[in-house]
Design a protein around this ligand. Structure first.
Ligand code: HEM
Ligand code: HEM
Length: 319
C-alpha cells in the first residue's frame, strides 16, 4: 500500500533534518555565548534555605536585574498553571474512558475505502522536530523552575530555545509562501455553526459512534475547532514564548522591548509571561495528545502526521 512505502521514505529525511537543525542550533548557541558579555555566564548564589543556585551573572548586566532562575515565581501563576494541566489530563481521562465504555457496546462498522495525501513532507518533518524541541524545553524549563537551575539545563534550554526560533521561522516562511496559512483561518460560518456541530460531536456524537461532522481533505484539513485552537497556539502562544524567552536570554538583543517595559527592573514580568506561556504550552500539549486520538480510529491522526496519508473510512449503520 502507498502509505506504507511513504512511511519508509520519511525516516532518513527526518533524521537528516533533525541533525541539520541540531548542528545549526549548536553552532549558533556556541557563537551566541562567546560573542556577548551579557547573559550566558552564571554565578552561584545561596538561596534562603541554604540551597545553591546557578544564576545569571547579574553583575554583567545593568542593575537592578530582578529575575533569578528558579527563584522568581508567583503563586497565582503556579496554581492556575498546575490546575490547567491537571484539568486537561482529567478531561482526557474521563472522555477517553467514556469512549472506551460506549464503544464496547456499539458495533461501529468502519470500512476503509481509500487514502488521501494530506500532510506534505515539510509539515510532517516540521511538526515532529517542533514536538521534540518543545518537549525538551518543557522538561528543562520546569526542571529549572522546580529544582533550581543546574548549569547544564540552562545551556540545553538555551540551545533548544534557539532551535525553536529557527523552526518557527521555517514554519512561518512555509505557511506564508505556500499560502498554507489559510488552512488555519476559520471562515465566519465555522465560528458559529461549525463550532456548535463539532462541539456537539465531541460531547455526544462520539459516544454514539456517529460519523465525524467534518472530514479531513487536502484543501480543508482542519475542523472548525482545530482551526482557532491551532491558530492561537501557532500565532499567539508560541511567538509569546519565543519573544519572552529571547528577552530573558539576550536582553541586549531585545533592548527595545526591555526599555519599553521600563528597564531591567521589570524583567520579572517578562519571566511571568514566559512561565504563563510555558504552562499554556504544557496544557495544550496534553490536550493535543488526547484529541489526536479522536479520529475515525484512535491511530488515524497519528498515522497521517507520520506518513502524510489519511485513511478514508465509510461509516456503515450502527446497530
Ligand atoms: C515551549 C517552549 C518553552 C518552555 C515550555 C519554556 C519553559 C521555561 C520555564 C518553565 C522556565 C522557568 C525557569 C525558572 O523558573 O526560572 C524558563 C526559563 C527560561 N527560558 Fe524558557 N521555555 C520555552 C522556550 C524558550 C525559548 C524559545 C527561549 C529562548 C529563545 C527560552 C529561554 C529561557 C530563558 C533564557 C529562561 C531563563 C532561565 C535561563 O536563563 O536559562 N525559553 N523557560
Ligand atoms: C509528542 C508530541 C505531539 C504529538 C504526538 C502530536 C500529534 C499530532 C497529530 C497526530 C496531529 C495531526 C492530527 C490532528 O490535528 O489531530 C498533529 C497536528 C498538529 N500539531 Fe501536534 N503533536 C505533538 C506536539 C505538538 C506541539 C508541541 C505543537 C505546537 C506547539 C503541535 C502543533 C500541531 C499543529 C499546529 C498541528 C496541525 C498541523 C496542520 O494541520 O498544519 N504539536 N499533532
Amino acid at each position: 500500500m502507498k502509505w506504507k512505502n511513504a512511511r519508509k521514505r520519511q525516516i532518513p529525511v527526518l533524521i537528516y533534518l533533525l541533525f541539520i537543525t541540531l548542528v545549526t542550533g549548536a553552532f549558533w548557541a556556541v557563537n551566541a555565548s562567546t560573542d556577548t558579555k551579557a547573559t550566558s555566564s552564571y554565578t552561584e548564589v545561596k538561596g534562603s534555605r541554604g540551597d545553591v543556585y546557578a544564576v545569571k551573572d547579574i553583575n554583567a548586566l545593568e542593575r537592578p536585574y530582578n529575575y533569578i532562575i528558579g527563584t522568581t515565581t508567583n503563586p497565582l501563576i503556579e496554581i492556575f498553571g498546575i490546575l490547567a494541566a491537571l484539568g486537561t489530563v482529567g478531561f482526557g481521562l474521563m472522555h477517553g474512558l467514556g469512549r472506551y465504555v460506549a464503544n464496547r457496546k456499539l458495533k461501529k462498522q468502519l470500512e476503509e475505502v481509500g487514502s488521501e495525501y494530506i500532510y506534505t513532507r515539510f509539515t510532517r518533518i516540521w511538526h515532529w522536530m517542533n514536538a521534540i524541541t518543545i518537549i525538551g524545553l518543557l522538561i528543562t524549563g520546569f526542571q529549572m523552575h522546580y529544582s533550581g537551575a543546574e548549569y547544564i539545563d540552562g545551556k540545553i534550554h538555551h540551545f533548544l530555545g534557539y532551535a525553536l526560533i529557527i523552526e518557527y521561522l521555517f514554519f512561518l516562511a512555509y505557511s506564508i509562501a505556500t499560502r498554507d496559512i489559510k488552512q488555519f483561518i476559520p471562515a465566519a460560518w465555522e465560528f458559529t455553526e461549525g463550532l456548535i456541530k463539532q462541539g456537539k460531536f465531541y460531547a455526544i456524537g462520539i459516544f454514539k459512534g456517529e460519523e465525524h461532522p467534518y472530514h479531513m481533505v487536502r484543501e480543508h484539513r482542519l475542523n472548525p475547532l482545530q482551526k482557532p485552537a491551532y491558530f492561537s497556539i501557532m500565532f499567539g502562544l508560541v511567538p509569546m514564548i519565543l519573544i519572552t524567552g529571547l528577552t530573558l536570554m539576550r536582553p541586549d538583543l531585545m533592548s527595545f522591548l526591555v526599555n519599553w517595559i521600563g528597564g531591567q527592573e521589570n524583567m520579572k514580568y517578562v519571566f511571568y509571561l514566559h512561565l504563563i506561556s510555558a504552562f499554556g504550552v504544557l496544557a495544550f500539549l496534553l490536550g493535543h495528545l488526547y484529541l489526536a486520538t479522536t479520529g475515525d480510529t484512535v491511530k488515524q491522526h497519528y498515522e497521517v502526521m507520520v506518513t502524510g496519508f489519511h485513511r478514508v473510512y465509510k461509516y456503515n449503520q450502527n446497530k
